[in-house]
Design a protein around this ligand. Structure first.
Ligand SMILES: [Zn+2]
Length: 356
């Protein structure tokens, strides 16, 4: 294995070097003799094994014991500034070309153990159950296809209507009247042969149905809002199967998403039990019936679709932890686009968490 310094900005300053590990994040290393700068330069070339770095450093005038080289590499790897040189070559030229920008995104979380190519392979072999092919679901599907997710089981019961075209960009005029799952499958096939879409035209109304659909999948994404308790149904099915899931939606001007990893995080039922314990206002009830209003524009659902797709892929790539585990991530489109996090804890009486 040949370690290589990632494509980062490194500055030479008096008595040291500054590594720009991320945007606005810099690490200053003291380097009075200049050996660190030389090691970083050799690592950037990415042509030497750990053993070969010892004579290469000596040739530059620095006698550095192998253990010190190893310790430096371990520290650099912990900072995630090293990658395995040439690992892209383990992918076919066609995959490298198509997924070039995906691979470079994975570079950020790659290290000497898990390469960007490894992360792509994990995505390409992933099986995802996507419930819903509407505003959110069709956008999430598009993200998955772009990323090269290997298999998506897409479940929806609707047909494409003219009003959908304002925000569901996997469909065009020619798709109006078609089943959404069939139109989305056709879009995916035309866009990329890298994702197999299994189109399932059915409603999702009970736990057993969701369990049947979810079995054999790595992650579930809930992009439907009916029936009203669908998130609890998905929660029960996924907790029973031990499959992580991501859910989200739009309420007024807030985008919200969250995820659950059975056995690791609190689940959605835990939140339900906690809410039930909150004191209700005396005589509280709706003043009059109100109908749900769909305010989802194209840009709005694209933002939320992207966030949910990224969270789902964190369960697949495993190089960065899911960011919304048992935690409402809220993006408030009004009020200066503020973001907030609202985590919840396990409830001791939760029947689904008690089993794990
Ligand atoms: Zn629970």
């Amino acid at each position: 294995m040949i370690p290589r310094l990632k494509s980062l900005q490194v500055e030479s300053v008096a008595g040291g070097v500054i590594i720009h590990r991320r945007a606005l994040e810099r690490t200053h290393l003291a380097d009075a003799e200049g050996s660190v700068a030389v090691l970083l330069r050799l690592l950037r070339e990415g042509t030497r094994t750990e053993d070969e770095l010892v004579p290469a450093m000596a040739a530059e005038g620095f006698q550095v014991p192998r253990d010190d080289i190893a310790a430096a590499l371990a520290q650099f790897d912990e900072w995630r500034i090293l990658e395995r040189a040439g690992d892209d070559d383990t992918l076919t030229p066609a995959v490298r070309e198509r997924h070039q920008s995906n691979l470079r995104f994975y570079d950020v979380s790659a290290d000497l153990t898990v390469s960007s190519a490894d992360q792509h392979r994990a995505v390409a072999s992933a099986r995802v159950l996507l419930l819903g092919a509407g505003g959110l679901g069709s956008g999430i599907l598009q993200s998955f296809v772009g990323l090269g997710v290997g298999h998506v089981t897409l479940v929806d019961f609707d047909t494409v209507e003219i009003k959908n075209l304002a925000r569901q960009f996997a469909y065009g005029l020619a798709a109006v009247g078609r089943r959404k799952v069939d139109a989305a499958k056709a879009w995916a096939a035309a866009y990329s042969g890298g994702t197999v879409v299994d189109a399932v035209h059915r409603r999702v109304e009970d736990v057993v149905a969701i369990q049947e659909l979810a079995t054999g999948h790595d992650v579930v994404v809930c992009a439907v809002d009916t029936p009203g308790n669908v998130q609890l149904l998905v929660n029960e099915a996924c907790c029973d199967l031990g499959i992580p899931f991501v859910a989200g939606g739009l309420a007024y001007s807030s985008l919200v998403y969250w995820s659950v990893q059975p056995g690791t995080s609190a689940c959605r039922q835990c939140l339900e039990l906690r809410r039930a314990e909150e004191p209700a206002a005396e005589g509280a009830g709706p003043l009059f019936d109100s109908q749900p209003v769909n305010r989802a524009t194209g840009p709005v659902v694209q933002v939320l679709s992207g966030l949910m797709a990224m969270e789902a892929m964190r369960f697949v790539r495993r190089t960065e932890a899911p960011v919304a585990l048992a935690c409402y991530h809220v993006l408030q489109l009004a009020d200066d686009m503020t973001t907030s996090r609202d985590p919840w804890q396990r409830h001791p009486d939760c029947p689904w968490c008690a089993r794990r």
